[in-house]
Write a protein that binds this ligand. Sequence first.
Ligand code: RB5
Length: 150
Amino acid sequence: MMKIALGSDHAGLSLKMEIIKHLEEKSLEIKDFGTYTEESCDYPDYAYAVASEVSKKNFDLGILVCGTGIGISIAANKVKGIRAAACSDTFSAHASREHNDANIIALGERVVGVGLALDIVDTFLNSKFQGDRHQRRIDKITEIENRRNK
Ligand code: RB5
């Protein structure tokens, strides 16, 4: 069963809860790494919580939500092995899996409506990495990640 890690800051809490409700109807194992309240908090904390679990392969994929999807994806991308894609449309959501082997999708609660967000999530989860020439490019990203001074 596919394991999905979720996280958000306060600005993404309500959309994250909608996504959780939606995913609970599917046969997926999901875990919410917070935040759990509307109290103002810092998105890097939740980006790191989810990204480190995905990086350690404790979860297959991650879903992060903040106000824009941008801050939380920038933070997640600092974790080794993470390719987080901030997406506001379904084309980017499947391309991010197929071409970039994205392992986290980031959404902005202040950017997309709930209906579109759920379509984006479903598209992301149902798409597969195409390998081949794309693998060569991912390998180059990993190579940059491994450089001592980047
Ligand atoms: C919080 O106000 C907001 O800055 C944050 O959720 C996110 O949009 C940052 O990129």
